[in-house]
Design a protein around this ligand. Sequence first.
Ligand code: ACO
Length: 437
Amino acid sequence: MSKDTLTITDNRTGKTYEVPITHGTIKALDLRQIKTDAEDFGLMSYDPAFTNTASTKSNITFIDGDKGILRYRGYPIEQLAERSNYLETAYLLLYGDLPTQEQLAAWEHEVQIHTLLHSNIEQLIHTFRYDAHPMSIFISAVASLATLYPEARQVTDLDKRHLQIVRAVAKVATIAAFTARHNQGFPFNYPDDGLSYVGNFLKMMFKMTETHYQPNPVLERALNVLFILHADHELNCGTNAMRVIGSSQADPYSALAGASAALYGPLHGNANEEVLRMLAEIGDIKNVPAFIDKVKRREALLMGFGHRVYKNYDPRARIIKKIADEVFEVTGRNRLIDIALELERIALSDDFFISRKLYPNVDFYSGIIYQAMKMPMAMFTVLFAIPRTAGWISHWLELLCDSEQKISRPRQIYLGPECRDYVPVEERQEREKVGCW
Ligand code: ACO
């Protein structure tokens, strides 16, 4: 008769153990009973980069990487992109279901009235060099919110917690826009409560001397879709950072700054910027085959391709590719799209990419659209961090309410020197370097 258990025989001792299987997993701590003798610490699993380790149960985002499926709280990403807007999707992620009309109106109002920044944050942004990377400014400004709202440390107080959620969702857009304006040497545009979340963001980014700035509805819709697509993606590098920092009960702004820092890496959220650099470097369709050869010789990565979980077309890339044409109707065609399409065409018919299941990811087309909208290239990762704030906080909330969670603390396998005595400096011999640094 089949049983939901795993039988393990330890060939070192000949002993057999039976451990339960739940949700397709065994508990890593169940391995600890497997010992060679009473002194032995017990068996652990070794999983650098957590490629096969679940660190939480979650109800937020479902991904089937092989089938190319992405759902937030059960709702297919395609339906949300088609019918929802960013703020509604943020509510869905945070509170578990789509809001009623009254809940949505209250949520929109709450976020709207918290979009202003304390002037300390404005001054902080001004202190950075004009050419500081906006993501570095963003990370610093988000972390600094904790200096203004010390009650954010009371992470178990429900009312105070709710206030920080609203503040974070509202203020990241303003921080992002002010960061861009600072880089460009333009004065800040203050939030406008007559506009939607995304419309207001566009105004804070782009209003110049016109008295009545109105965001273009096609661009506002496209940015809503991009924000929806970027709002969550379960336990990636940044979200894991959010949960790890949050597990020490640090305030949410510090955790958000840490998650943003993780996102900033070129293998994660900064890939959209790298994609554009790559496309600009390729420069012309006729250079695409030579670039593909370079990738196959391992002299370059095809940025915007490949994903830890999608071994099929990233469903977000498919949606983004579709809205590109709508955006180009307004902005004019970004000539880099032709290079991107050719790269995709060649890569998807080449065995190097097919055999490794390398498909375009969310970042492959998003940068081209952002560039067409006149978003500065260095802002691309910040544009990712704004909506991902909703996802990060949703995971933070789930973590705080999960009685199985503790402070995050993986194990290591120590392979360094055995105990040795301190050697006075004059007696030391130069030794061979350890490690790759
Ligand atoms: N270009 C060329 N080869 C690649 C690429 C790529 N973009 N991505 C993976 N490969 C190759 C690897 O060299 C490896 O080949 P091998 O088995 O012959 O050694 C194989 O494909 C498997 O790749 P891994 O590195 O094992 O895949 P992993 O899951 O660790 O990495 C990652 C995923 C980091 C996204 C990787 O595909 C990559 O670097 N892509 C480019 C950067 C990028 O677009 N990042 C954005 C991801 S989406 C996001 O974070 C929002």
